[in-house]
Design a protein around this ligand. Sequence first.
Ligand code: SAH
Ligand code: SF4
Ligand code: F3S
Length: 441
Amino acid sequence: MSDAPKKLHIKTYGCQMNVYDSERMAEAMGAKGYTLTDDPAEADMVLLNTCHIREKAAEKVYSDLGRLRPFKEAKPDLKIGVAGCVAQAEGTEIMRRMPLVDLVVGSQNYHRLPEMAEAAARGERPVDTEFPAEDKFDLLPERPVQGRPSAFLTVQEGCDKFCAFCVVPYTRGAEISRPVSRILAEARKLVDKGVREITLLGQNVNGYHGAGEDGDWGLGRLVRELARIDGLERIRYTTSHPNDMADDLIAAHGAEPKLMPYLHLPVQSGSDRVLKAMNRKHTAEDYLRLIERIRAARPDILLSSDFIAGFPGETDQDHRDTIALIEAVGFGMAYSFKYSPRPGTPAAGREGVPAEVADARLHELQALITRQQRAAQDSMVGREVGVLFEKPGRLPGQWVGKSDYLHAVHVAAEGLAPGVLARVRITESGPNSLGGALAGG
Ligand code: SAH
Ligand code: SF4
Ligand code: F3S
């Protein structure tokens, strides 16, 4: 056995929570001497951090595993691990179907990854998809140097809402919130390492109710406390459920300048009939009224959402109701997906709408959303916005950052670097990004 540092390649699928988890797993393995590599060919261990949300996402894992076979043949010591939501949902099946997989670690057991890797090195094939009582994040090593101005911080995990189409309550388990003190400590550490923007993550992040020194805190109070950290300039959070938008969180959007004017608030459908069948527990009207209250607190907020096209039982009228809701709100950003039946969810057994009908509806939603996104982006021209710079752009002297409203912005100017937060006057709107110049410069 050589003493050379071992190399770990991680491929991350799915949502931002997986991105955060992959970072934490890399740190846990880093403490055991592994360094990260982008190249699976030079890796000693490959970890796929998977997503189960739609069938395509889950199936991709099996094809990617197939693609790893030549690497394993070339290097029999290579260990292959599957983590994340597919691991959680189908761990045993993966082990059975894919003999090249050496370990399966479910979404709540990442603190066990180093010891599982050791077991795999001994020739075992460990699987852990339990939902343990303890919080995995408490058992993972502390966060080391970040070197990036923007970081994710998971504050809440799991979901108790059980929307009829969704696997998350099964793959991530019941809702839990991390205690306030742990979140503040992690945030301070990130800021000490140069982080200036933190995005708080949770499957139902606005349902956050973590233990504080005087009882449970909601997300609004957590945001206000985080905003007191010197050097932390921007706070965001995602993903939220409409039923958990508490008054003090809405108020924070008006009162707390560090809380960025962008909100991802999935509605899924504009039809009350479909919302009921989805078990969303809100109506289209509830959503519209909520948007009014949020806009009253922060008129310039950029709203984002998720939509599902072709949910079982969706009629043309239901689809038109969704179109009407999108037109009524005017989203700055939105994602739409064709309904995908997921095993074990209540909607899986219901009769679906014909694929070509769902495709046509999805297409129509996407066309409308694209027009709205473009209009929101174009409306930035002539305005002055904050931009947090992250990396060099493609042209010499150019830097790219994110605006307060989460648009990518290109600026060519002296003195820019990752972590610089500057006022920028927007001068142009391109296909995927804005261009501008430093304000007052
Ligand atoms: N917790 C978040 C997001 C969960 S998953 C929320 O409550 O909104 C992200 C998005 O994937 C969902 O908002 C939904 O639009 C979509 N999605 C989830 N399950 C799906 C399925 N079975 N088929 C198609 N889209 C789905
Ligand atoms: Fe899934 Fe609904 Fe929970 Fe969101 S709220 S994670 S869509 S079950
Ligand atoms: Fe996918 Fe799991 Fe996230 S199913 S969307 S990786 S919570």
